[in-house]
Structures are given as structure tokens and as C-alpha cells.
Design a protein around this ligand. Structure first.
Ligand code: AMP
Ligand code: ZN
Ligand code: MN
Length: 676
């Protein structure tokens, strides 16, 4: 189906354009054929339009613009349907469209300044070590004080774990190993204590400390809720903490800059066991957001592994040991929202409420694994100690920012999916990933959400060469995340720069030279327009001339041959419109605007002497990037379109002269001239 669609587009490209049509009509016998073809064409187009739900009154002239639009829409729908039908070809799930201007917790609560939203490696955020056995690395402090200078001086991409020694030196504690014969059943759920100010957090810490003072140790269960959608690095949204007697829910947002130093009194105290389930992520989030490290971790995930349970999820442990279940849908809920609903709070509470009971039961079961006459390596508590060893490994995990090295990142993705890629596609994919990452940092959004990997794979496979094709590959206009939409031209730029041989690149180059480059050159000779770089494709002009010659000869000589010849240089203003809409035009427009008004006027005057009529005022009124008003855009479409058409004749001549003069080797053939 997609091949067919490509063939249709190729055929459309071969159709004669307006001026040629006029010329052809003059040839004897042609008029009737053309008129009949027109009728067929119009009915086909109307048929297509009714398919895409855009039925309008019949027209007697060929509605080029509508044809273009209709076909685009039609092909886009077809591509989407094709993807749906063919589940093997990845039909990536579209991300939930999230408004990028939505206020984030860092802005609302004023902690944006401590978020390391840059390309530098992550710098640990702790300023002071409680329960320290070794000093805090001076390099960390140096980096905290002058990040950019620091990384110019040292080529470090990861700091050592600040609590490495404390964690490594820790030996299994009696209060972990010695499980009471009779353990208390879990308590029934009661509303948790909500903590959202430093005083209440201080009281909680004091309470835990008092228990340590009384019993020589304490036990707490901890879990986090997190959001990785609305920001580049991700954000901890909730810290749940349960003691033997009470559940606490800590809202980190209003406490952001204080939590680290306060909670580290508990989290690095080796006399307090911290029970987590599957702490791999939590350990890293705590480091990233609060500079918190865990000394003396017991991870029930590792316990479930040692016990070789059927499953290792928290849900499974909850049903096995407590005969309770929880609603998984909250796992993916938006935990940044405030106030949190009672249901969400309850869900969060459950994640730690039963965990100390599960910890007791699991330690019992682990003890039972050690049969009296079967002491592995003479270690009486082999299984519990193994869990503690694995938990140490988890606690020693070091947070790293999302991979800066996209080569490596891509290799990881490919390995995970057991997928292969040829070297060229790999390079292109890396370039696209790099661009996506940059946008992620720029907008502080998760790149994997605003442009999921499967879309990038799709683009690499299909190598779209126009904005329309690109849009269709991304799931159609309505489905594209606004960040991607605002930067489509950047993606197209990467694609076009990468693959210089695709014929439609030539079309864009053609259009570019005809309308923008030449105009700009003439208006402002020294104007630098960055995006135009994308079309620096060298083309063989000889080949082009030869082809034209044969066409011209075929048509037999005619006094209009020169005119006709010149027209072959210029094509497809409609496609150009698309390019303009999605960024290039606006870029050019911006650059032009920045030039002094004087200079413009001066050159415009020269311009008017040279060329009869180029309506520059119309030309530079291109739609701006931010413009979303559809009607306005439509209006601009028509105006720009008209302007381009009005300019046609003059422009073509101008360009023709230029080429003759310069005798450069720079031109090309749009693919519709590939008829031999
Ligand atoms: P948990 O440790 O299960 O409470 O999960 C902590 C955080 O990890 C959640 O708040 C989610 O942000 C994320 N998370 C957990 N499970 C999933 C999942 N299945 N899909 C996506 N995110 C998840
Ligand atoms: Zn968790
Ligand atoms: Mn949780």
C-alpha cells in the first residue's frame, strides 16, 4: 500500500504543470484530450475528497492546491490505517499530549535553581555527611561551587559514591538477623499523617531517633512515587514512610531543599534499617533530587529472589503474605498533581504500610531455608546475608543523567529489542536521538514521551523528505507532540543533510533557490540564513540539460522553447509552502526582520529598477512559527501562494539569466522530469 502511495505521488509529479499545460494545449489535437483528462481528474479528486470528508463544489479548473492537500490527507490516513492493519510494522503508541507551558512543581515551589538541567554530568547534591566514616570528597564540593569550570578542568563523568565506605563496611546487624519467633500481624489501614512542612518532618525524625535511643535500633519502610513525563530528568513526587506504628506521606515539593539534610539523619544511620521493595530506582531518585543515600537497606525484591517466589513484584508479596491487593493503575498516575485524591494517597500508603510485616515474614522464611545441617560456607544466616549483600549493591547504585552518549544509548535499545540496524541507519538514528535529547533539555520534557523511540525507527526506515511525509510518519498532524511540531524542520534538516541522494531533496533545493535564496541574495547580499544549509546538494547540471534537450526536441522546435526551457527550472510552490510553514520560512522571515529597515528599502528600490514587479511585502509576510490560528494561516497560505504564482514569470527569467551568467554547476532536476 505504501509502495502504491509512492507510485501515485511519482505519477502526480509527472503531470504537466500550469504553464506547460497552456503550452501543450496549443498543440493541435491536444486541447480535447486535456479537457477530457481534466474532467476525469476532477472527479477522481472529488472522490478522494469525499473519502477524507472534505466535499466541496465542483470546479472546472484543476485545483492544484486541493489536489496536493487532499492527497496528503489521503495518504496520511492511508498510512495510519496501514499501520493499524499491520501490527508487525510498529504502530507506536502516541504519548499523552501534555501542555509544555504547564507549570511545573519546580516553578510553583521555587526549586528550579537546584535542578541540573544541562549537559554536564550529574553532581551529587549533598553538602554534609551525617554518620560519616570518611570525609565528603572535595571534588564534589568544587564541582558544586563552579560546575562549568570544574568540568573544563577535569574529565570526570561520574563521582564516586559518597557513602561507599559506610555501606561497604557495614556488617549484618543482630536486629536484622534475629527474627522474633512470634511476629505481630500488620495493622489495619488508618489515615496516614501528611507531612508538608519542616516542623512536622522534624518531629517524625525525632520520633524515629527516640526509638533508636530506646531499643538500639529502628525499622522503617520507605517508598517513592515519581513522575518521568513532565520533565527531562524526572521528579520525585512523594515519599511514603511507615514505622511499626504509623504511616507518613511526605510531600517533597514544599520541602525540596531541606529534605536531603533532614532525612539523611535517618537514611544514613546504620542503626535504622530501611526496608524498600525494588529500590533500584528509588535509590537513584533520592540521590538526584535530595542528595540522600541509604546506609543499611533491606530490599524485599532481593528477598523474593532468594526465596525463589513465583513473582517478585510488590503486588505478589502483598497477596502472598497479607492476602491484599492494590490497584496497579495508580502506578502510572500523575503524582505531581495537588491536592492528591484520597484514592491516590491510600494507594501510596499501602506501598509501605504492609512492608515491615512482609519484611518480618520474609526474614522468617529466609531463616527456614537454612536447614540445621546444611550451613552453606559455614554461614548460619546465609540467605538473609545474601539479601543484605544484594541490597548493598542496590544502595551503591550511582545516579547518572540520561545517557549523553547516544551511540551507547541506541546500542542498548537495540540489544534490549534484539534488533539490528545497518551502519548508515545507525548513524542517522544517533543524529535524530541527539536532536531529540537537546529538545528534551531545552523544553525540560522527557524525550521518550514527546517522541517515543518507535517513531524514530519509523523515520529512519522511511526517510521522509518533506514536512508532510514526516508528519504522516509521526502519526499525523493531530497526534504530534507540540515540541516535535515546533521543531519538525530540525528533524527534516537532519534527514536531508544525511541522505543527499533522495530526489525530493532536489525539489526542495529547486524551490529554495527559486524563491528564497535568490530573493534574499538580491535583497540582502550578505544575509546568512542558517536553515538554508540543508539544501546544499551538488547536482549535475549537464545531466539536466541533456534531459531537457531531449524533451524539447521531442516537442519539436517552437518559438517558445526558451520560455519553456526556463520553466523547467522552477517547480511546485505548494510543496515549498509546507516547508515554509514548518519553520524554514519563519527562520528566514526572522532573519530578514532583523535586518535594518533602511537597508531593505534601499535594496528594494534597486530591486524595482531591475525587476518589474516582485511584491516583497507579500513575500516576507510568512506565517510565524508560533501562529496557531488556522484561519489566519489559511489566509496566509492563499496569499503566499498567489504571490509565488504572480512572481513566477519574473523569477524564472531571473533565475535563468543567473544560471546562464554564472555557468555554475549548481542546479538539479525535479523528479517529474525523469521521463525519457
Ligand atoms: P513503585 O515503586 O511501584 O511505587 O513505583 C514508583 C514509581 O515508578 C511510580 O510512581 C511510577 O512513576 C513508576 N512506575 C512504577 N511502575 C510503573 C509502570 N508499570 N509503568 C510506568 N511507571 C511505573
Ligand atoms: Zn518503589
Ligand atoms: Mn509506590
Amino acid at each position: 500500500m505504501q509502495t502504491h502511495a509512492k507510485q501515485v505521488v511519482a505519477l502526480i509529479n509527472q503531470l504537466p504543470k500550469k504553464e506547460e499545460l497552456k503550452f501543450l494545449e496549443k498543440q493541435p489535437g491536444n486541447k480535447k484530450i486535456i479537457s477530457e483528462t481534466n474532467q476525469v481528474f476532477i472527479s477522481v479528486i472529488n472522490g478522494l475528497r469525499s473519502l477524507v470528508g472534505d466535499v466541496q463544489t465542483n470546479s472546472t479548473t484543476i485545483p492544484f492546491k486541493q489536489i496536493e492537500e487532499t492527497l496528503d490527507q489521503f495518504l496520511e490516513n492511508a498510512a495510519i490505517q496501514y499501520d493499524k492493519m499491520n501490527k508487525l510494522s510498529l504502530a507506536p503508541k502516541q504519548p499523552q499530549i501534555q501542555k509544555t507551558n504547564q507549570l511545573k512543581p519546580k516553578d510553583i515551589y521555587g526549586f528550579a535553581d537546584v535542578i541540573q538541567l544541562n549537559k554536564l554530568p550529574f553532581i551529587p547534591v549533598l553538602k554534609y555527611k551525617h554518620y560519616a566514616q570518611t570525609e565528603l570528597d572535595q571534588k564534589i564540593i568544587e564541582a558544586q561551587n563552579n560546575p562549568y569550570q570544574f568540568f573544563e578542568k577535569y574529565s570526570i563523568d561520574e563521582f564516586s559514591h559518597p557513602y561507599y565506605e559506610e555501606i561497604m563496611r557495614l556488617t549484618p546487624q543482630d536486629f536484622v538477623i534475629d527474627v522474633p519467633q512470634k511476629i505481630n500481624r500488620y495493622r489495619d489501614l488508618e489515615p496516614p499523617i501528611m507531612i508538608n512542612n519542616p516542623d512536622h518532618l522534624g518531629e517524625l525524625i525525632l520520633k524515629i531517633q527516640q526509638e533508636v535511643d530506646q531499643n538500639g535500633f529502628s525499622e522503617i519502610a520507605v517508598d517513592l512515587e515519581h513522575n518521568h513525563q513532565i520533565s527531562y530528568l524526572g521528579i520525585t513526587c512523594l515519599i511514603q514512610l511507615s514505622t511499626r506504628t504509623q504511616d507518613y506521606i511526605i510531600d517533597p515539593f514544599p520541602l525540596w531543599k531541606q529534605i536531603g539534610d533532614m532525612l539523611s539523619v535517618v537514611f544514613t544511620n546504620p542503626k535504622i534499617i530501611k526496608v524498600f521493595h525494588g529500590a533500584d530506582n528509588d535509590v537513584q531518585w533520592l540521590q538526584r533530587d535530595f542528595g540522600l543515600y541509604i546506609v543499611n537497606l533491606f530490599d524485599t525484591f532481593h528477598a523474593s529472589k532468594e526465596l525463589q517466589l513465583m513473582q517478585n513484584s510488590f503486588q505478589f508479596l502483598l497477596s502472598e503474605y497479607c492476602k491484599k491487593s492494590t490497584d496497579k493503575t495508580y502506578q502510572t498516575a500523575d503524582w505531581t498533581q495537588r491536592p492528591l485524591s484520597d484514592e491516590m494517597i491510600k494507594y501510596a500508603q499501602i506501598d509501605t504500610h504492609y512492608l515491615l510485616y512482609i519484611y518480618d515474614r520474609m526474614r522468617q522464611d529466609l531463616k527456614k531455608l537454612n536447614k540445621p545441617n546444611e550451613n552453606i560456607n559455614n554461614i548460619p544466616n546465609y540467605y538473609i546475608e545474601t539479601v543484605l549483600k544484594r541490597s548493598k549493591e542496590t544502595a551503591l547504585k550511582i545516579y547518572k543523567k540520561p545517557l549523553q552518549d547516544q551511540d551507547q544509548s541506541l546500542q542498548t535499545i537495540l540489544n534490549k529489542q534484539d534488533r539490528r540496524m545497518d551502519a548508515k541507519s545507525f548513524d542517522l538514528m544517533v543524529k535524530l536521538l541527539e536532536l531529540r535529547e537537546e529538545l528534551g533539555i531545552k523544553y525540560d520534557q522527557n524525550p521518550r514521551y514527546f517522541l517515543p523511540n518507535p517513531f524514530l525507527f519509523k523515520i529512519v526506515e522511511s526517510k521522509p523528505t518533506t514536512i508532510q511525509e514526516l508528519k504522516s510518519q509521526l502519526g499525523g498532524d493531530k497526534n504530534i507532540h507540540e515540541i516535535v511540531k515546533e521543531n519538525l524542520w530540525q528533524f527534516l534538516k537532519v534527514l536531508l543533510e544525511f541522505d543527499e541522494k533522495i530526489p525530493t531533496v532536489d525539489i526542495i533545493q529547486e524551490e529554495q533557490q527559486n524563491t528564497t535564496q535568490i530573493q534574499i541574495e538580491e535583497i540582502q547580499s550578505n544575509l546568512q540564513v542558517e536553515p538554508l544549509k540543508i539544501v546544499q546538494v551538488s547536482v549535475n547540471i549537464k545531466k539536466f540539460q541533456n534531459k531537457n534537450k531531449s524533451i524539447i526536441e521531442h516537442l519539436q522546435q517552437n518559438e517558445n522553447v526558451e520560455l519553456l526551457k526556463s520553466q523547467f527550472y522552477c517547480e511546485s510552490p505548494f510543496k515549498l509552502l509546507n516547508v515554509f510553514h514548518d519553520g524554514l520560512g519563519s527562520q528566514i522571515f526572522q532573519s530578514m526582520k532583523e535586518q535594518s529597515q533602511q537597508q531593505k528599502q534601499q535594496i528594494e528600490e534597486q530591486q524595482q529598477q531591475k525587476i518589474e514587479k516582485i511584491n516583497t511585502a507579500d513575500f516576507i509576510q510568512l506565517p510565524k512559527l508560533e501562529e496557531t490560528n488556522r484561519d489566519q494561516q489559511k489566509d496566509l497560505d492563499i496569499r503566499l501562494n498567489n504571490t509565488l504564482q504572480n512572481q513566477h514569470g519574473t523569477k524564472i527569467l531571473k533565475r535563468h539569466q543567473k544560471i546562464e551568467q554564472q555557468k555554475t554547476q549548481k542546479s538539479n532536476i525535479s523528479n517529474r522530469f525523469q521521463i525519457s
